[in-house]
Design a protein around this ligand. Structure first.
Ligand SMILES: NC(=O)c1ccc[n+]([C@@H]2O[C@H](COP(=O)([O-])OP(=O)(O)OC[C@H]3O[C@@H](n4cnc5c(N)ncnc54)[C@H](OP(=O)(O)O)[C@@H]3O)[C@@H](O)[C@H]2O)c1
Length: 292
């Protein structure tokens, strides 16, 4: 047990569970969430303080974890009015676990450094279920010293913590994962539909794609049952996969790198969002391929 005081901002699907793990480890002193009711609910359930602003959370913490949707959310919570920056004490550490644009993360890390604290980007591979099992992988970008401090906290919610490189590199590593994941789930949706058109039983489709295929994976085990049952309750929201593929496309364009698979996948997730599927699990991209 350590006496590091950790505050967490962002009680979404992932943040809630990460906060719970850190509270169980005795590290969490308080939480902040934009929708305050959620912070109050967490506070009542787990007996830590609910802070009204990120600034107050930062003032009370040695380490501040942010687990938020996107660039705008992280900018608001860290650099907005009453944001983390305005309460940050020198020598603090910000661990941003959100998947955001590397350029935004590097810019915020530089600002935090100029105020005498440090930030690491620490995006996550793994779903909410993996957080509950403390089995997530965290890819960290930042200095050696900041990585070592971050690891001391993250060990209570992650199985594998990798120091990838300087600021931004955790995110670059995460982006190649999600470029693959986004394309792969579209491919799974395509062959689930093809299998049905061939007249294969659902149980055969399930067995081939999750047990027998040389291309089976933890993702096929998670997503094929959802596609076959039509249960799109959210593990990873479709809007977040679209957001990640948008970042991938921007970063690849800047460098002139062709990414035909991830570009096509992005278009399909965009269509899915226009169909009103943003809040469903990203496996719901299958609905784009269903004959109306
Ligand atoms: N879910 C997964 O399996 C998974 C896996 C790996 C990585 N990730 C990444 O982890 C991050 C969080 O994912 P999640 O699934 O936990 O998301 P989520 O359930 O949608 O939660 C998002 C959180 O961000 C807050 N937020 C959104 N916009 C905001 C804004 N403008 N200002 C302040 N706060 C804002 C939300 O507050 P409110 O409660 O007020 O809306 C909520 O606390 C994302 O970057 C995602 O890509 C997710």
């Amino acid at each position: 047990m350590t006496n590091i005081r950790v505050g967490l901002a962002g009680l979404g699907v992932m943040g809630w569970r990460i906060a719970k793990n850190l509270r169980d480890a005795g590290l969490l002193i308080g939480v902040y969430n934009r929708t305050f009711d959620k912070a109050l609910r967490f506070s009542r359930e787990f007996g830590v303080e609910a802070f009204k602003t990120p600034s107050e959370l930062a003032r009370a913490s040695d380490v501040i974890i942010t687990m938020l949707s996107d660039d705008e959310a992280v900018r608001n919570v860290i650099a907005g009015s009453d944001g983390v920056l305005s309460g940050l004490r020198p020598g603090s550490l910000v661990i941003d676990m959100s998947t955001i644009s590397p350029s935004v993360s590097i810019e915020l890390a530089n600002t935090i450094k100029s105020r005498g604290s440090e930030m690491v980007d620490a995006p996550v591979i793994g779903t909410s279920i993996a957080v509950e099992r403390k089995e997530i992988v965290v890819l960290v970008g930042g200095s050696d010293e900041a990585f070592n401090r971050a690891r001391e906290v993250l060990q209570y919610t992650a199985k594998t913590i990798v120091h990838v490189g300087p600021n931004g590199y955790g995110l670059y590593a995460k982006l190649i994962n999600n470029a693959l994941l986004g394309s792969y789930v579209v491919a799974l949706a395509e062959v689930v539909q093809l299998g049905k058109a061939f007249g294969l039983n659902d149980s055969v489709i399930l067995d081939v794609l999750t047990k027998l295929s040389s291309a089976r994976s933890p993702t096929s085990e998670l997503k094929v049952p959802k596609m076959l049952s039509g249960d799109y309750s959210v593990q990873f929201a479709l809007k977040h996969m679209r957001k990640d593929l948008d970042i991938v496309n921007r970063e690849a364009s800047i460098r002139g790198v062709p990414i035909p698979m991830a570009s096509l996948a992005l278009q399909l997730y965009r269509i899915a969002e226009r169909m009103g599927l943003s809040e469903e699990d990203f496996a719901a991209v299958l609905k784009v391929l269903v004959k109306q």
